[in-house]
Structure formats: C-alpha cells, structure tokens
Design a protein around this ligand. Structure first.
Ligand code: PBG
Length: 303
C-alpha cells in the first residue's frame, strides 16, 4: 500500500572540486561533506557509482577569482578537470554540472556587475560559454543555477552551435532567494561581497511566479526543471508537478541538511530517520529526483 519509495538511482550527490592532490578537506558547515582535489573527487565518484547513486552535481572552488569569473569557462578549469577524471573513474555515473559564475567572481554574484548592479544580458554569453566548456569536458547535463533571464535559451543555442545538441539542460527554474544556502556559500566561498541575490532569485512568498519561471525555462529549451530549496517549498514542487510533465528535480539544500545534522549531533533528532523522512516527503510532493548531501548515506541506509 506504500505510495512512495526512495531509490538511490534518483538521488544526486553534490561534489566540490578544489585544486591540489590528495585533498579531502572537511567542511564545518556541512559535516560529512568535503572539498576534494580532482584525484579524490574521481575516487568518490567511483564510490557513489558503486552505491547505486544516479548522478553527481559538480561545483568548482577555483584558486583565483576575478570580476568576469574566467575560471568558470576555462577549458582547464577545476570543474573541467574534475569532469575528465570522474568520467574515467565512474563511466556509468551521470555527471551534471552547476553552471553559475558566483563561485568564480571576486564579487560573488552570479553574473557580471556594473555600477553595483547585475547586468543580465552581457552575463548570458559567459554562462553559455561555461555550459559549452562543461559539455566539452564530458558533462552529461548542465544545470544553470544563476536565475538570470534568458540563460536557458542562450545556453541551448550555444550548445547547439557547438554540435552539443545532445546535451540536456536541467534548469534551476524555481530557485528562491533563500536563507538556507548559508553553509554552501561558506563552502564555495561565494557569499556576495555586497547586496544580495534578490534581484535575480525568486521572492519566497511567490508561487505563481515560480511557475512562470518554470514555463519560461521550458519554452527556452530546458529538458528538466528544478525547485530549490526543497523542504520549505514542498507546495512549489507539488504545483510544478501538477502543471508540467517535464522531469522535476528538487534541491535539498545545505541549510536543510545542516539543521538536521546539527540536531542529530545534539541528540535532539535521529538523523537517519529525519533525513529519510525529509527525502521521502520531497518525493511525495512530486520530485522525480533529489539533489541531496545525504545521497551516499541514504544509499547505504536504503541498501
Ligand atoms: C550557485 C548555487 C548556490 C547553491 C547551488 N548553486 C548558492 C547560491 O545561489 O547562493 C546552493 C546550494 C546549497 O545551499 O546547498 N548559484
């Protein structure tokens, strides 16, 4: 009679690539998660494949940042190198990449900045270049998370021009300007140097606007859409599920994970039970796949 089940193949594990060799640097804000050098990331990818995890989502922590985020679209950038190594180590694992500039810009915003404002259209070309360079390095799918207007269309056109028409776009379509990204920004060192992301990310009180964003991304060529964060936005997941037939992902973000981890460490919650219940609730709300820092643990718990 059970209506919903969790399957490790529907979980996506975020991975953070950094420079160096033999580096596994634990993160205080995300216990159990680490930044990994390319060699260690490849080994982790192989382990995740063995656990039956469906896909990984790669993020890069570059050594240097600049005002145009050059590290994001460098053919020899950190994510590009991680892709090549992970592909060799885990040939059957789906490799997705987060396409954004915020980890690579010195100001920490997701696009170009002029006079203290994000410039939308000029940023699109750089996001598209980033997506193409990820696909050329072996990404199976690219996931724009910047929330600028028109990025899906720009990325689709650029991929097609580069003979990468087979590469799908998994768009972070309903991404809210959320307080729950705190631990991630510490990890990725991507807290905006000034202002916030409210001019391009969604306003938490809005659900119809989220559906409009999903619709626009699908019209521009998105193959799958994503809602983020997950737990505080289960109604948005449900609404997107009912409105659209496209595959739907949900991102169980760093703050959602950190809360349960912290309560678990205090003995206030049973981490395993609370984590599995959270993931199940996200799936019940309508997500086909879930990006979660619990992916590896959940696969082991479900085995
Ligand atoms: C990049 C990006 C962010 C996250 C995923 N991609 C941070 C942000 O928008 O500030 C957050 C992930 C998490 O909190 O787990 N734009």
């Amino acid at each position: 009679m059970r209506e919903t089940r969790l399957d490790p193949a529907e979980l996506v594990a975020p991975l953070f690539a950094c420079s160096g060799e033999g580096v596994v640097a634990p993160l205080s804000g995300l216990p159990g998660i680490a930044r990994r050098s390319v060699d260690e990331l490849a080994a982790e990818a192989a382990r995740l494949q063995d656990l039956g995890i469906g896909a990984v989502l790669l993020f890069g922590i570059p050594e240097e940042k600049d005002d145009v985020g050059s590290g994001a679209y460098d053919a020899d950038g950190i994510v590009q190198r991680a892709l090549r190594a992970a592909r060799r180590a885990a040939p059957g694992l789906v490799l997705m990449t987060d396409v954004c500039l915020c980890e690579y810009t010195d100001h920490g915003h997701c696009g170009l900045v002029e006079d203290g404002e994000i410039v939308n259209d000029a940023s699109l070309e750089l996001l598209a270049r980033t997506a193409v360079s990820h696909a050329e390095a072996g990404a199976d799918a690219v996931c724009p998370s910047d929330m600028l207007d028109g990025r899906v269309g720009a990325i689709r056109a650029a991929l097609d021009d580069a003979a990468l028409e087979q590469t799908p776009i998994v768009a972070y379509s309903a991404k809210y300007a959320s307080a729950f990204y705190g631990p991630f920004r510490e990890v990725a060192d991507s807290t905006p140097a000034f202002g916030d992301r409210r001019s391009y990310q969604l306003d938490p009180p809005n659900v119809r606007e989220a559906l409009r964003e999903c619709e626009l991304d699908l019209e521009e060529g998105a193959d799958a859409i994503m809602v983020k964060p997950a737990l505080p936005y289960l109604d948005v997941i449900r609404a997107a599920r009912e409105r659209f037939d496209a595959p739907l992902l949900a991102y169980n973000v760093s703050g959602e994970y950190a809360m349960v981890k912290a309560a678990g460490a205090q003995g206030w919650l049973d981490e395993r039970a609370a984590a599995l219940e959270s993931l199940l609730a996200i799936k019940r709300a309508g997500a086909d796949a879930i990006v979660t820092y619990w992916a590896a643990d959940a696969a082991a718990w479900l085995a």
